[in-house]
Design a protein around this ligand. Structure first.
Ligand code: ATP
Ligand code: MG
Length: 541
C-alpha cells in the first residue's frame, strides 16, 4: 500500500526552493545562527507534520465512520501541504465520486457524493502512481489548478480505490517530494479506513442475516465456543433454556443444566463425531438433539421438539397392546366354539360354508393380533433365543410353503442359493417370519403373470438375501416410510389389496435385532427388490 518512493510521474522539478536566509550576506556567526534557527524551524514543522499524521492514524482505528475519517484526512492533507484546496475521490465501478473537499479559505470540509470526471485522477487510478503537475489543469471540483499533487489510495488485492489530491489555485508554488511522502501516508490511512468500513459493513450484514435466521428457525440451536461459553442461540433455544442477553459469553454449563445435555457434552469431549440424544427438559418437553463439534468454532447443538411424536407413539403402543390382548382371549373362545359346531349336529352345505367363512375371517383377525403382539415382543427383545441358523434351509422352507399361493396368483417363484451352508447367529422363527413377509409381499403386490426370485449368498463377513419381484413397485417418496408400523402405500394399484402395514415393521425390527440391515430398491410399474444383510456366523474352530 502507498507510495514506494521509486516511481512517480512528474512534469516539474522536485525539491525545495533555495532558502533566502542562506544567500544573505552576513558574518560567519550570524550565518550559523540563522542556519540553526532555520533547521530548528524545519524540524518543528516536520514534528508537527508527524504529529498530525499520527493523530489521523489514531482516528482511523478509533472511528468506523469512513466519511468522517476521509474528511479529516483531506483537511490534514491541505493543512500539511499548505495547499489552496484538497479533495478525495473514490472510484465506484467506472465512475468517480468526490467524497470530501477542503478549500483553504473555508473552515469546514464538505462531505459529498458527487459524480465527477477528472482525467488526472483516472491516470493515477490506472497507473497506481502519484502525479505532480506544475501547469494549469482543470480538476475534479471544476476549477483551474496552477500546481497539483495526486496520490493513489491503494488496498492490497483490491487495487487503487481512489485519489487524495491537493492543488494550488491561486499561487504557483510547486509541491515537493516531502509533501508527496506526507500525502502518501495520509492516503494509506484513507485506504485503511475504507477497508475497515467495508469489512465492518460486511460483518454487520452477516450478523444481521444470522440473527434473522436464529430468530426464525423452529429448532432450538445453541452455539458454544471452544472455551465452552455460550455464544449464539436461536429464539426457540432462548425460550427452552431461559437464555437472556446476559448469558452471552458465560459458561454453557451454568445455563444448560439438564443432565442429558451435560451427558451429551461429556461424550463429545471424548469423541469428535456428531452425537445424537433424546433430551427431556424439566417441563417434560422432549427434544431430539444433535451435537456437532466444529473445529475453530466450538460446538453446535440443534434440537427438534418431538414431544407430540413421543406422546403419539406411546399412545399407539399402549392402544395396540391393550386391544390385542383384550381381543385375543374372546376370539380364541369364538374360534373354538365355531370349530365345534358340527359336533352339535350335522351341518348342511350352506351352514358348513358359513362356518368356513367365519373361520377364515377369524384366522385373519388372529393373525393380525399376533402380528401386533409380535412387534411389541420383538422390540422389547422377548422370545429371541439365538442359535446358529442356516438361512439357505429357511429360504427353501419358505419358498416351499409359498408355492401354492404363488401358483394361484400366476407368479413364477424361483430361488438361487450359493455356497451353502449360509449360517447366521439368530432366531429361526423370527428369521422365517422375515422371509415369509418379504416373499408374501412379493407375491401380493405382483401382477400376473409375474416373477419372484429369492437369492442368498455370502458376501465377505455377511449373508446377503434379496427378494426380487416384477410387481407394481413403490413410489420413490414412499420407500423410506414402508418400514414404519401401519404404513401402507395408498395408490390405485394397492387398492383392494388387504394388509395391516405391520409386515415390514416386523422385518425391520427382526433384522435390526440380528445386527443386520434391510432396504428396498424399487421402480414404479417395474418391480421391487428387498435386500437384507446379516452377519455371517463363524463356528468356533
Ligand atoms: P401386512 O404385511 O401387515 O399384512 P402390508 O403388506 O400392507 O400388510 P407391509 O408388508 O408392512 O404391510 O408393507 C407395507 C407397504 O409396503 C404395503 O402396504 C405396500 O404398499 C408396500 N409394499 C411392500 N412390499 C411391496 C412389494 N414387494 N411391492 C410393492 N409394494 C410393496
Ligand atoms: Mg406385507
Amino acid at each position: 500500500m502507498g507510495y514506494d518512493g521509486e516511481t512517480w510521474e512528474t512534469m516539474s522539478e522536485l525539491g525545495e526552493k533555495p532558502n533566502a536566509m542562506e544567500t544573505h550576506d552576513a558574518s560567519g556567526e550570524s550565518r550559523l545562527q540563522a542556519t540553526l534557527a532555520e533547521t530548528n524551524r524545519r524540524l518543528n514543522a516536520r514534528l508537527q507534520e508527524l504529529n498530525t499524521i499520527y493523530t489521523v492514524g489514531k482516528s482511523v482505528t478509533a472511528t468506523l465512520d469512513a466519511g468522517e475519517v476521509l474528511e479529516r484526512i483531506t483537511v490534514a492533507a491541505v493543512n500539511l501541504t499548505r495547499a489552496d484546496e484538497g479533495f478525495l475521490l473514490l472510484k465506484e465501478g467506472d465512475r468517480l465520486f468526490v467524497r470530501a473537499v477542503k478549500a483553504w479559505a473555508s473552515e469546514l470540509p464538505e462531505r459529498l457524493h458527487q459524480k465527477t470526471n477528472d482525467t488526472v485522477a483516472w491516470q493515477v487510478i490506472r497507473s497506481g502512481r502519484p502525479v505532480l503537475l506544475n501547469r494549469e489543469t482543470r480538476i475534479a471540483t471544476g476549477s483551474l489548478a496552477q500546481t497539483l499533487l495526486y496520490v493513489p489510495l491503494q488496498v492490497p488485492e483490491v487495487g487503487t480505490m481512489g485519489v487524495l489530491a491537493v492543488v494550488n489555485r491561486q499561487n504557483e508554488t510547486p509541491f515537493t517530494e516531502n509533501q508527496l511522502f506526507t500525502l502518501s501516508s495520509l492516503a494509506d490511512f484513507a485506504a485503511i479506513a475504507l477497508e475497515n468500513a467495508r469489512l465492518f459493513a460486511q460483518r454487520e450484514a452477516e450478523r444481521s442475516r444470522l440473527s434473522a435466521i436464529l430468530e426464525n428457525v423452529a429448532e432450538a440451536i445453541v452455539v458454544i465456543d471452544e472455551a465452552h461459553r455460550l455464544w449464539l442461540w436461536s429464539a426457540t433455544a432462548a425460550q427452552a433454556f431461559g437464555l437472556t442477553e446476559e448469558a452471552r459469553g458465560r459458561p454453557a454449563a451454568d445455563y444448560l443444566t439438564n443432565a442429558e445435555i451435560q451427558d451429551l457434552f461429556s461424550q463429545a469431549d471424548q469423541d469428535g463425531s456428531v452425537l445424537h440424544a433424546e433430551i427431556t427438559l424439566d417441563d417434560r418437553r422432549v427434544y431430539n438433539a444433535q451435537l456437532s463439534t466444529i473445529n475453530g468454532v466450538g460446538r453446535v447443538v440443534i434440537m427438534q421438539e418431538i414431544t407430540h411424536l413421543k406422546k403419539m407413539d406411546r399412545l399407539k403402543t399402549e392402544f395396540v397392546s391393550t386391544v390385542s390382548h383384550d381381543l385375543r382371549s374372546p376370539l380364541t373362545t369364538v374360534q373354538g366354539y365355531i370349530a365345534l359346531l358340527d359336533r352339535a349336529g350335522s351341518l348342511n352345505q350352506m351352514q358348513a360354508d358359513f362356518v368356513d367363512k367365519a373361520l377364515t375371517s377369524l384366522h385373519h383377525i388372529t393373525a393380525l393380533i399376533s402380528d401386533l403382539l409380535d412387534v411389541g415382543r420383538i422390540e422389547a427383545g422377548y422370545d429371541l433365543e439365538m442359535q446358529p441358523v442356516c438361512m439357505d434351509e429357511i429360504v427353501l422352507e419358505v419358498i416351499e410353503a409359498a408355492k401354492v399361493s404363488a401358483a394361484e396368483a400366476d407368479i413364477d417363484l424361483s430361488v438361487c442359493l450359493s455356497q451353502p451352508p449360509l449360517q447366521v447367529w439368530g432366531n429361526m422363527r423370527r428369521l422365517r417370519q422375515v422371509l415369509e413377509n418379504l416373499v408374501g409381499n412379493a407375491i401380493k403386490y405382483n401382477s400376473a403373470p409375474g416373477k419372484v426370485e429369492v437369492r442368498a449368498w455370502r458376501n465377505e463377513a455377511h449373508i446377503m438375501i434379496t427378494v426380487r419381484d416384477t410387481g407394481i413397485g413403490i413410489p420413490a417418496e414412499e420407500q423410506a416410510r414402508i418400514f414404519e408400523r401401519f404404513y401402507r402405500v395408498n395408490t390405485v394399484d394397492t387398492e383392494g389389496i388387504q394388509g395391516t402395514g405391520l409386515g415390514l415393521a416386523i422385518v425391520k425390527s427382526v433384522i435390526e435385532k440380528h445386527n443386520g440391515r434391510v432396504w428396498v430398491e424399487s421402480t414404479l410399474g417395474i418391480g421391487s427388490t428387498f435386500a437384507f444383510l446379516l452377519p455371517l456366523y463363524q463356528p468356533p474352530t
